[in-house]
Design a protein around this ligand. Sequence first.
Ligand code: NDP
Length: 446
Amino acid sequence: MSYVKEAFDMVKRRDPDQPEFHQAVWEVLETLEPVFESHPEYRDARILERLTEPERIITFRVPWVDDEGQVQVNRGMRVEFNSAIGPYKGGLRFHPSVNLGIIKFLGFEQILKNALTTRPIGGGKGGSDFSPKGRSDMEVMRFCQSFMTELFRHIGANIDVPAGDIGVGGREIGYLFGQYKRLTRKWEGVLTGKGHGWGGSLIRPEATGYGQVYFLREMLASKGEQIEGKLCAISGSGNVAQYCAQKVISYSGKVITMSDSNGYIFDKDGIDEEKLAWIMDLKNNRRGRIKEYASKFTGAKYHEGKRPWGENCDIALPCATQNEIEEKGAKNLVKNKCLAISEGANMPTSPAAYEILSKSGILFGPAKAANAGGVAVSALEMSQNAAFDEWTREQVDAKLDHIMTGIHKQCSDAAAEYGDEGNLVMGANIAGFLKVANAMMDQGVV
Ligand code: NDP
């Protein structure tokens, strides 16, 4: 049996009930075979067994009191996965579907993604099965304070630096940071995605979506194509989707869809800056549902319970959640001659869907490369905090663009070097893996 299969069998045997984690691990391991052929020393050092086993997992009870005076109990967790190249870094997800397998899949992805950014950050992820949806600001605050009352003893600016993810935006980061500061008496860059004016970096809210589009631009340029005039189907309407749409519009692409977990809207005239501003207000302030768009703008249609991949588009930009492009969606994208996919969400393409897409010759930007802009600017936020400095929008955006262009080059170069030119999935996995594996080799068996 090959080393890769042996290591993967061990992962499945240890935690048989974590399908998302298995999926994320296999998507990486299956592309690493050529690396072990030329580097048997990694096998001798059992790098894969160590890379797939978190350095530390913390789970804890989060009790809090709702507005009716009822006691609620959620589960919190933080997976400190790998610190070979820097402090653990990765977001917190608050969503009812959160369990250890999902946090481990996200944390594992984060290790290689963070390596690709070229910043000194290790991999981690955390969250809770708490849903902020439908909760008042005061309930969210009490939950965040209780969550941090346990988490604070495990994190620190040079130890573990959480950020946002699904269900955790600027509001939640504010409450979490306030409680950390109160408990520790320290003002330090322990969380990223902070508000501008109290340590947050300009461009951090925009970074994941903007970076995803910079990556897309590079992929298209490698084939002599550009974003201008292309029909772009976006899923989601949260942080990543909003700024992905904004950047596509700025490059004169036409955004035709956005969605939430109830369904998607299709606008044949395109979602322009003004309509996007309305969506941002709907989602960020009024906390409403995307279907309201269809009542507001004539010509737009709402499709309940569906995803946008059946629409005729040139470019697909999944920005909602894992496994949101399934077999049927992939077949539709191929049938409609979609040119490129740049993943904003983490692991949005199911293995069966990827199988179809990879055979079709579609340009495919995998999440760990294409959505690395968020964590890259988080690392820039850490640099600014450590230096008690603040950079301008233009400075941060230029660095983000430079980092994303560099990530695309790293992925292309690694794919070519290991014999599968243009395979950015393989390239991202290999480039990220080599950086982490070499650091682990240098640091001995720890
Ligand atoms: P938000 O919570 O801001 O938005 C999430 C969006 O996805 C919402 O529109 C939400 O709809 C939708 N969604 C969530 N769950 C599902 C589901 N099961 N089915 C369909 N739609 C769903 O999160 P983000 O924009 O921050 O994150 C989106 C994705 O991007 C995630 O995969 C995240 O891990 C990834 N990501 C985020 C980064 C960041 O910087 N924020 C960085 C890198 C990756 P609804 O409102 O109905 O729940």
